[in-house]
Design a protein around this ligand. Structure first.
Ligand SMILES: Cc1cc2nc3c(=O)[nH]c(=O)nc-3n(C[C@H](O)[C@H](O)[C@H](O)COP(=O)(O)OP(=O)(O)OC[C@H]3O[C@@H](n4cnc5c(N)ncnc54)[C@H](O)[C@@H]3O)c2cc1C
Length: 448
């Protein structure tokens, strides 16, 4: 351990490891403090998809380069080796409680319109433990010092110096990068949460299983809206990148629900049970997320915020990686500006980039609508009816922001038919559809 670092990165997820790589590659001293005992062992649920590989996301075009086994971001100039398996996924099916379905993907028999064009996947499924191990190696090779089992607990500012307390040790540094994820303690210590809106909490349990059979042929991503004890519980089923195993995720915003019991019931006694009949659980993971409005300016008191630490719910791994890389470069440039005695601009540029590329482009209300479906359409029978109206094939996407826009448009088109067929449900629908998703979901907190 050094007496002093240029930068301390808190958190060794995808954003923190790439931030550390960016700073260390510029020759600065970096310490990464991580509370987990083994960084590359993942205990927190993640769908372990990378999305979207068929569109711009956070200003970049992500893709897997199979020749060199690398993940590449051509606009940011970032690339790094990934030594694990991937599978391309092309379809996303969403099921209502009564198994009416919506489809995002390609129409049957689709071929690209011109030679040289791709039938691009909507997401990749990959192994996050391999990715994390590879990123850890990248950060170490670049020169970052890694401290595992080293939980951040406090931060103080002493003139030009920042003091981070982690794992009972004192780390003195110039800059801190907060990459400690969605329930960030650094962000809380900075006082940011006082200015954010606490919308709801998300409770998750997930399983890697063998023997699951999707309701349609092939290897689609499947989302199911279930009602358990009168409350919504979502199922996401994602193929694992090798063999025939699946990642089954059960999610609820309802604190009163025992998510383990809900998962068991959905697998044993629900319309999804028939697909889970042969499922054998191989591994169990869990997560809890505090969902808050995003941070608009990701810098305060020499702390730069990257990844989920500053977002509403989550940036997705790609968003986390790109912000980690950009935030790390900004800090490296800021350190250089100081050495050269030139006017500082790198951190302000990062804040502008965050504002223009995240806050202004990706409305967190859109993101929340993914979970809002079961709350906007208040009865299972209405969810079934709405899904039955939206049974066309939507464009190929698993991007939450894009998919809700397609759904919103389709709902508008369906309104005349709803008025004609089911005027009785319009009264139920309209107030929720006009409300902000954050207001609708915030009720889950008030109802406790
Ligand atoms: C249920 C669920 C499903 C998801 N599915 C997908 C998906 O399919 N595709 C996708 O792209 N994204 C998905 N995500 C989101 C994805 O997991 C995150 O966006 C991504 O991991 C964020 O990276 P990060 O580095 O910002 O934070 P994290 O990955 O959360 O990493 C933060 C790190 O900081 C550490 N840490 C936390 N507190 C401290 C502390 N006090 N001291 C030291 N270390 C600390 C943590 O242990 C962790 O290692 C999902 C998330 C959830 C909850």
């Amino acid at each position: 351990m050094k007496e002093r670092y240029d930068v301390v990165v808190v958190g060794a997820g995808p954003s923190g490891l790439l931030a550390a790589k960016a700073v260390a590659e510029n020759g600065f001293d970096v310490a990464v403090v991580e509370r987990k005992e083994k960084i590359a062992v993942i205990g927190r649920t993640c769908g372990q998809t990378l999305l979207p590989p068929n569109d711009y996301f956070f200003g970049d075009l992500f893709h897997y380069n199979p020749r060199d086994k690398k993940f590449c971001f051509p606009k940011s100039g970032l690339s790094f080796p990934y030594s694990g398996p991937i599978k391309n996924l092309y379809d996303w099916y969403m099921y209502s409680p009564g198994m009416k379905r919506m489809h995002f993907g390609y129409p049957e028999g689709y071929t690209p319109p011109m030679p040289g064009m791709l039938k691009a996947p909507i997401a990749l499924t990959y192994d996050k433990e391999v990715l994390t191990a590879d990123l850890l190696k990248e950060a170490r090779t670049a020169g970052a010092e890694i401290f595992e089992n080293c939980e951040f607990t406090d931060i103080t500012w002493a003139g030009p110096e920042t003091i981070v307390i982690a794992g009972g040790k004192q780390f003195r540094c110039t800059y801190v990068i907060a990459a400690d994820g969605t329930n960030s303690r650094v962000v809380q210590k900075l006082g940011f949460n006082n200015e954010r809106r606490h919308i709801t909490n998300l409770f998750v349990k997930s399983f890697f299983v063998s023997g699951f059979k999707a309701p349609v042929d092939g290897e689609p991503i499947v989302t199911g809206v279930n009602i358990y004890q009168g409350k919504p519980v979502y199922l996401f089923a994602v193929p694992r990148p090798v063999g025939g195993d699946w990642n089954l995720l059960f999610l609820t915003l309802e604190q009163g629900i025992d998510i383990g019991a809900a998962a068991e019931q959905i697998m044993k006694d629900s319309p999804f049970a028939q697909y889970c009949k042969g499922a054998k659980i191989k591994r169990e993971l869990a997560a809890m997320e505090v969902i808050q409005s995003p941070i608009v300016k990701p810098f305060k008191n020499n702390v730069v915020i990257v990844g989920d630490a500053g977002s509403c719910q989550e940036l997705e791994c790609l968003g986390a990686m790109i912000t980690g890389w950009k935030g790390g470069l900004a800090v490296a440039a800021a350190l250089k500006e100081f050495q050269l005695g030139i006017a500082p601009r790198a951190i302000a540029d990062y804040c502008d980039w965050w504002l223009n590329t995240y806050i202004k482009q990706y409305d967190y209300q859109d993101y929340l609508q993914v979970f809002g479906i079961a709350y906007m359409f208040p009865k299972p029978e209405i969810i079934d009816y709405i899904f039955s109206l939206l049974n066309q094939t939507f464009p190929p996407t698993f991007n939450p922001y894009t998919s809700v826009k397609h759904l919103g448009l389709a709902m508008q088109m369906a309104f005349p038919r709803i008025m004609a067929e089911r005027p009785d449900i319009l009264q139920d629908l309209v107030p929720n559809m006009l409300a902000f998703p954050s207001d609708v979901l915030a009720k889950t907190l008030k109802d406790k």
